[in-house]
Design a protein around this ligand. Structure first.
Ligand SMILES: [Mg+2]
Length: 310
């Protein structure tokens, strides 16, 4: 029976010279992830720019949705020499800041995230706490720990993203604000287990910290980053009038990228230059199995070149 079930699992189609035309006819818009697809934290993925240019030259609109609010993707695109408009790239910080502005949020936001993330909230006039200059050293006894946990009634939202300087006291503060104020909003940007793998190192993401806050506060966050659908539904779809059935999401992770595509009813294309590999498809949730896979974005240059030129 196990064998019968595994045989029933759908398998993705590899994009080749034989299958590329079907793919191109199916979709008008390509929404792509960035880390692990276009670049890594320290280098460009070879041929990614040319692959994107080939898609554009073939008449496809290219948009980008990343869970990375740590750096400026616009600046990276500028250095790459690939022209994008600001509203063609979306990341959780901008969607959360827009949302809080739209609901007329006037309280303080308690943010476990990096300064670049916080800057988008401040641009909308939102007061962000804690103000962190350098790590606070707490005396190592429980009385000091207890005294240091301050609950500010003016805090109206807890926001958690990748926070490279995360610490025990601030995790406790986040939990205690949620436990003490049932009206306190709770948003999550990125929720990735791993940001990336590079040079034999796994860069941990915020996933397990988010689980900790959820479990200790007994609250469920609104997940704004992928696999949550807000970046697509509330931002790219609205601004660019997307027909999601005619759009394909290109990404390197099953959970986040194929997950958001499934949540939004988009096509799914997995690239093998990042976190997930074909072997991961054997035991993943069937809804995350991509429709197509391709070795890298660079392959589009070959597949879309006139016959004989590849
Ligand atoms: Mg990625």
């Amino acid at each position: 029976m196990g064998e019968a079930l595994s045989k029933a699992r759908p398998r993705p189609v590899e994009l080749t010279r034989d299958t590329i035309q079907e793919f191109m006819q199916r979709y008008d818009t390509v929404v792509s992830d960035l880390d692990g697809v276009v670049w890594t934290p320290v280098r460009m993925i070879p041929g990614s720019k040319e692959g994107l240019e080939s898609l554009r030259a073939a008449g496809k609109r290219t948009l980008f949705a990343t869970n990375n609010s740590v750096l400026s993707s616009y600046k990276k695109f500028e250095r790459l020499g690939y022209k994008v408009e600001r509203d063609e790239v979306v990341f959780p910080a901008i969607v959360i800041a827009d949302h809080l502005q739209q609901i007329g949020f006037k309280k303080k936001a308690f943010v476990l995230g990096v300064e670049h993330f916080k800057s988008f909230l401040r641009e909308k006039g939102i007061t962000v706490v804690p103000e962190r200059q350098c790590p606070e050293y707490l005396e190592e006894n429980l009385a000091s720990y207890l005294k240091a946990i301050q609950i500010d009634p003016e805090v109206g939202a807890i926001i958690v993203d990748l926070d490279i300087n995360i610490n025990m006291l601030e995790l406790s503060q986040a939990v205690n604000h949620l436990r003490n104020n049932k009206d306190c909003l709770f948003f999550v940007g990125a929720s990735d287990t791993y940001v990336t793998f590079q040079d034999n190192k796994a860069l941990l993401g915020p996933y397990h910290f988010i689980r900790l806050i959820e479990q200790c506060s007994d609250r469920k966050p609104i997940v704004v980053g992928k696999p949550g659908s807000m970046m697509i539904e509330n931002y790219l779809k609205k601004i660019h009038n997307l027909d999601l059935k005619r759009s394909v999401f290109v990404g390197d992770t099953l959970m986040q990228d194929m997950g958001v595509a499934a949540a939004c009813g988009m096509g799914k294309l997995l690239v093998l230059t990042g976190v997930s590999q074909l072997s991961d498809l054997d035991d993943c949730d069937p809804s995350l199995i991509p429709d197509y896979y391709i070795k890298s974005l660079a392959e589009f240059s070959n597949l879309l070149a006139p016959a004989g030129k590849s």
